[in-house]
Design a protein. Structure first.
Length: 192
């Protein structure tokens, strides 16, 4: 390190270089690198926390939406159960799902009452499908008659007078000699 004398006013190239190096060293000491690194690190951590929070928010929104949908479905089930309970209280002797051993003969009798020309035979391929503590009975029929009104009267009488009997399929075709009715009756019965 050279020291300048007060009498000399001219600086040599080495003196200028030395002064510049000292100034640069002093500037480095005054420049707070650790604060910039710390600030950059805080920005990086903030971005990571923001991304994680955003993902958690999205998951929470999905869970909340699913919960709202489930709650609405539960409320609907509660309303249906309440309605079924009220219907059962209003009609305690309801035999809608009790087994009917002579149902096929009742269907034949309703065909006679509806004035069908031909007697109702047996169903084409009846099915008995167990479902939990009940069974689903399916009775497919194909009936021919000159009068469509009599065919529909037979279907109407059957569904009105046999508790729980429903029509799940109905096809009507005109023919040369009359009408062909293909109907499938379905009924649920309790398994005892």
């Amino acid at each position: 390190m050279s020291s300048l004398s007060p009498s000399s006013t001219r600086l040599t190239a080495d003196d200028r270089y030395e002064l510049a190096a000292k100034a640069q060293n002093q500037q480095r000491l005054n420049y707070p690198k650790h604060l910039i690194v710390l600030g950059g690190l805080l920005v990086f951590v903030s971005i990571v926390v923001l991304v994680i929070a955003w993902q958690l928010r999205g998951s929470a929104i999905k869970a909340n939406t699913r919960g709202i949908r489930d709650l609405a479905q539960i409320r609907q089930y509660i309303e249906e159960i309440t309605m079924l309970g009220a219907a059962q209280e209003n009609n305690p002797n309801q035999l809608e799902h009790e087994p009917i051993p002579d149902m096929l003969s009742q269907l034949k009798r309703f065909g006679t009452q509806a004035k069908l020309e031909n007697e109702i035979g047996l169903p084409v391929r009846p099915k008995n499908t167990p479902q939990g503590n009940a069974r689903k009975l399916t009775y497919p029929y194909t009936v021919r008659d000159p009068s469509l009104e009599h065919l529909l009267d037979w279907v109407k009488r059957s569904t009105q007078q046999i508790p729980g009997l429903e029509v799940t399929e109905l096809t009507i075709k005109p023919g040369k000699q009359g009408w062909t009715l293909s109907v499938t009756f379905t009924r649920y019965e309790r398994i005892e």
